[in-house]
Design a protein around this ligand. Structure first.
Ligand code: ATP
Length: 235
């Protein structure tokens, strides 16, 4: 579904990614892991059109995304939940969700999408009239993800969904991602929480200082002594 080939991205003279190729199959969960500054967020931003590619190709179901505006890429079916969530804090849960269905097609299906979102996120249904800014961190992250699902995207991109959450809420977040996966949503996920991410990932890519260092199924990478030593604190 998503094919990134030989991607190079730079911020001025600073090269953030080079020669990066990844693929995401329809219906799968794919994790991008790696240390701070490895280029994970940059990769997601390049896919969503938020930073330009210097070289390479990015295709969604055969359509090139290069040079397109972020809103065009969203219209093509990619929903991106950035780190920091980007919620409208003064607006209610329901208003935030409605904003997720901003495209004409999504607006027509809004009722169905809202029901689906509230089924998956009952906590949000209970808090439908509450201001987003008054929710707990975990609830805000859930709202950000639920809002992204309102456009019924073909690819859901999540940048560090578990960041800043307590261990219990992190567990709930990963369960939620698995539930979305079971519903058939294709997910590309960046995570610092490498062990958890690899546990739920069908496939994963390890980035190291802007380059692809390793790839494999989640299970293969969890079992890899090099990954354990470098990223999971195993001595
Ligand atoms: P983190 O987990 O810390 O967010 P990351 O793996 O997501 O790290 P990126 O945020 O993609 O990494 O950053 C990759 C490199 O690009 C880093 O060296 C970073 O300093 C640099 N970089 C990121 N954003 C910018 C920017 N707007 N301007 C200049 N350099 C940037």
């Amino acid at each position: 579904m998503l094919e990134v080939t030989d991607l190079e991205v730079a911020y001025g003279d600073v090269r953030a990614l080079w020669g990066v190729s990844i693929h995401v199959d329809a219906g799968s969960v794919v994790a991008i892991v790696g240390a701070n500054g490895a280029g994970k967020t940059t990769l997601l931003k390049a896919i969503s059109g938020l930073v330009p590619a210097k070289r390479g190709e990015i295709k969604l179901s055969g359509t090139s995304l290069l040079g397109r505006l972020p809103e065009d890429i969203a219209r093509l079916g990619i929903a991106h939940v950035p780190e920091g969530r980007g919620l409208f804090r003064q607006m209610t849960v329901l208003e935030n969700l409605e904003l997720g269905a901003f495209q004409p097609k999504a607006r027509a299906n809004m009722k169905r999408a809202l029901e689906k979102a509230y089924d998956l996120f009952p906590r949000l249904k209970e808090r439908t009239g509450q201001k987003a800014g008054s929710l707990s961190g975990g609830e805000q992250q859930m709202l950000a993800i639920a809002r992204a699902t309102m456009s019924e995207p073909s690819l859901l991109i999540l940048d560090e969904p578990s960041i800043g959450l307590s261990p219990l809420v992190v567990q709930q977040m990963f369960q939620l991602i698995e539930a979305l996966h079971k519903q058939g949503v294709t997910i590309l996920l960046v995570e610092q929480n490498i062990h958890q991410a690899l546990k739920i990932a069908d496939y994963a890519f390890v980035l190291k200082t802007g380059e692809l260092a390793m790839q494999g199924t989640g299970a293969e990478l969890i079992a890899d002594p090099e990954v354990q030593k470098a990223y999971m604190g195993v001595l």
